[in-house]
Ligand binder design. Structure first.
Ligand SMILES: *Cc1c(COP(=O)(O)O)cnc(C)c1O
Length: 487
């Protein structure tokens, strides 16, 4: 049948093409006009949709997929055709995906999913006017981030806090505020590049400050800093080497030592923490990620950290520390250029409120990081059982395997979090399975490990499990189709 269609001569195709109506005729269709009015579509969008519909038919005819009979069928319901074209023109890019990679803070997948409280608050309040910069009691203008600071102070008293667009912005703001035109002393072991082109030396150049590198990649001594400090030193900066470790013959200067040096020479000290965490993660098997409170207790003037890494909130950057230093950052004109949208304020308030109340399980990132091993194993076993029930015998091997999840977001790069995954092995091979799963609805992003496709349950949210089972089942069902055709 298909072969016959392909044999349609050029002359035949031309005569089929002549059956296509003009776009103006399509737009005269009463049903289409009523539907467009009901949808509130503009005239030019409607024309684009009609053109898209006709273009698709035209290319179908040229490719031999649409013959005269098929064209007649498609033209019987113009409304359906144009509505389909309108829908595809309006298809938006962003949609939910299931993260089965086991990387908790996955930058490509939006880092931290928001808590339900954060999302609900945005859904209801973003449609209304808010007291974003309005002091209701005083009846006059108020500061946008003062309420965030007050919430934060319930977690870490006496800490000044300003919030900006992300941690890169927070670092830029701190450097520009404290060291515009001045030198910033940084250890060569900490000249970090974070994924996505954030490099300390380049951010520093943009901030107007001058990088003064000290020490060697593996060793920096107190005397190196001391020798570098001069009249034009604006800041001593420590950078948490988020995504790598310098191991072996190493030496660094502790933050406490830097603070002491800064005090002796009258130079401020700041640290870019990267993934700032508000609590000690050690008990959950994530050592060596310093907590914000611990760093501030060392006497550092300012720290900066992300809101959407280990903290589990929306994308923001925190500048936290001594209130007078924070105030200087806040009055920098750059601060205005880096400020947050109201939706982000709504979400960060809800996230911090969960910390204040100790409701850590409400924050998805935190709940995933501290998920107990036996819970993960039970979830993997239950998922495997459901999947086996969906798949015809023997076509795919479904097993529960032990895997290591990753914290992600550049945090604790060496730490493996023991976890469990459902593995799939089929004749199709893991690459084709992975591709098919990405094309499922919703897309499932998995990992390939030892020639198997593995889906780590740690990063699959509980209310996504039904979707995961349905997506995998549909992929495996078409896998068995393929095999039947091949046989
Ligand atoms: C992640 C990170 C940044 C960048 O933070 P964003 O919130 O992504 O802008 C900067 N410095 C360090 C050390 C980091 O780990």
């Amino acid at each position: 049948m298909a072969a016959q269609r392909n044999k349609a001569s050029a002359g035949q195709q031309e005569s089929i093409l002549r059956q296509l109506p003009a776009v103006d005729r399509v737009l005269e269709n009463g049903q289409i006009l009523d539907w467009a009015t009901e949808q509130g579509f503009g005239r030019s969008f409607l024309r684009r949709a009609a053109n898209r519909f006709l273009d698709d038919l035209r290319s179908g005819i040229r490719a031999g997929r649409i013959d005269a009979a098929e064209l007649e069928k498609r033209l019987t319901d113009l409304h359906e055709g144009v509505a389909g074209a309108a829908e595809s023109l309006l298809q938006l890019n962003l949609r939910a995906v299931i993260n089965a990679t086991g990387v908790v803070v996955h930058t490509n997948l939006g880092r931290s999913p928001w808590s339900a409280a954060a999302a609900d608050r945005v859904a209801t309040l973003s449609r209304r006017y808010l007291n974003l910069e309005f002091d209701i009691d005083a009846g006059k203008r108020g500061g946008r981030d003062a309420p965030v600071e007050r919430l934060f102070q319930q977690i870490l008293p006496d800490t000044g806090v300003a919030v900006v667009n992300n941690n890169a912005a927070a670092v830029l703001l701190v450097l520009n505020t404290l060291a515009d035109g001045k030198e910033v002393v940084v250890s060569r072991g900490q000249l970090v590049e974070i994924g996505g082109s954030f490099r300390i030396p380049e951010v520093m150049a943009k901030s107007g400050s001058i990088l003064r590198e000290v020490g060697a990649t593996n060793r920096t001594h107190r005397s190196d800093y001391e020798a570098a400090i001069n009249k034009n030193t604006g800041l001593l900066l420590a950078v948490h080497p988020s995504n790598y470790r310098v191991v072996g013959f190493t030496e660094g200067v502790s933050l406490a030592e830097l603070v002491e040096l800064g005090r002796t020479h009258g130079v401020p000290v700041a640290e870019d923490m990267g993934s700032g965490y508000l609590l000690d993660l050690g008990p959950y098997g994530i050592p060596r990620e310093p907590a914000v409170g611990e760093r501030l207790a060392s006497g550092v003037d300012l720290v900066t950290f992300s809101g959407d890494k280990l903290l589990g909130g929306p994308q923001v950057g925190f500048v936290a520390g001594k209130p007078d230093f924070v105030q200087r950052a806040r009055t920098n004109p750059l601060f205005r250029a880096l400020r947050l949208d109201k939706a982000i304020f709504l979400a960060i308030e809800a996230t911090l409120a969960a910390y204040v109340a100790g409701q850590l399980d409400e924050i998805p990132t935190v709940a995933m990081l501290k998920a107990p091993r036996d819970v993960l194993r039970r979830r993997a076993e239950a998922l495997a059982k459901r999947l086996r029930a969906e798949v015809p015998d023997g076509q795919v091997t479904i097993e529960v395997v032990e895997v290591s999840s990753r914290v992600g977001g550049g945090a604790a790069p060496e730490t493996d979090l023991p976890s469990f995954a459902v593995s799939l092995e089929s004749e199709r091979g893991p690459d084709r399975l992975a591709t098919a799963l990405r094309q499922a609805e919703p897309p499932v992003i998995a990992r390939i490990l030892d020639d198997r496709l593995v889906m780590d349950v740690r990063t699959v949210q509980r209310d996504e499990e039904d979707d995961l089972v349905a997506a995998v089942a549909s992929v495996l069902a078409s896998a068995s189709d393929l095999r039947c055709i091949g046989e």
